[in-house]
Design a protein around this ligand. Structure first.
Ligand code: FMN
Length: 209
């Protein structure tokens, strides 16, 4: 109910598509205003479980996460690594997560895992869809000091910090800095997909209809 009220304060951000996406995919977006309400433990476990069950090359599961809750030391340490722009809006996010990947293979000791970033990204995608299905929103970030995060959290050398995410219930855009409020209310945009999908050779348009 709370979530619905807050949703109504936003303009409709649903992806405009004529191909009828699953509602979780169409309606997911990355807000910067959260309402500050804590996220239920069950939902936290569920979104982490979604990440755990995502596919990865050779089932290497290179993802690792460090999770912080507003008010705890982990949250503050992670927040301190963010660039100012991200600190401006993450203040209302109840949960912050640092996303880390194992760059080395565990199946072939001594060999790098070339798909670590791909696999971690996919795990975070699954996490964000499960979160959305549970009424939560996820905002991914690369605007933070990776080295500072690696030091602060004593990340071993073979692991690489890749991204961070803010998770919570959507909030009122009014709480945001005016520039951010404008972004919050802006249309979501994408390149036309004719520029993304090709046949025969790179750049050659694909069409079935
Ligand atoms: C890897 C990654 C890094 C991002 N970094 C930031 C960031 O540092 N700050 C920010 O406000 N948004 C960041 N974003 C959010 C994107 O700007 C957003 O996903 C994109 O504009 C598409 O909007 P949508 O998610 O609402 O569809 C990031 C997203 C991804 C996937």
């Amino acid at each position: 109910m709370q979530n619905q009220i807050n949703k109504m304060e936003h303009k409709n951000k649903t992806a405009e598509t004529k191909f009828g996406l699953h509602p979780v995919l169409a309606q997911r977006w990355s807000p910067r205003a959260f309402n500050g309400h804590a996220v239920e433990a069950e939902k936290i476990y569920r979104l982490l479980e979604a990440a755990r069950w995502s596919p990865s090359a050779s089932n290497e599961q290179p993802w690792r996460f460090i999770i912080g809750f507003k008010g705890d030391v982990t949250y503050q340490k992670l927040f301190d690594t963010f660039i100012e722009f991200n600190q401006l809006w993450t203040t209302t996010a109840p949960v912050l997560v640092l996303c880390i990947a194992d760059t080395m293979s565990t199946k072939n000791p001594g060999k790098p895992n070339p798909t670590y970033a791909y696999d971690l990204g996919q795990a975070v995608a699954h996490l964000s869809f499960q979160a959305h299905a549970d009424g939560l929103y996820v905002h991914q970030m690369s605007g933070f000091d990776i080295q500072k995060a690696e030091l602060a959290f004593e990340v071993p050398d073979r692991f690489k910090v890749i991204s961070a995410v803010a998770i919570g219930y959507i909030g009122d855009p009014k709480v945001l800095h005016p520039n951010l409020k404008e972004l919050e209310l802006a249309d979501r945009e994408r390149r036309p997909w004719i520029e993304n999908v090709f046949v025969g050779r790179f750049g050659q348009s694909f069409s079935l209809i």
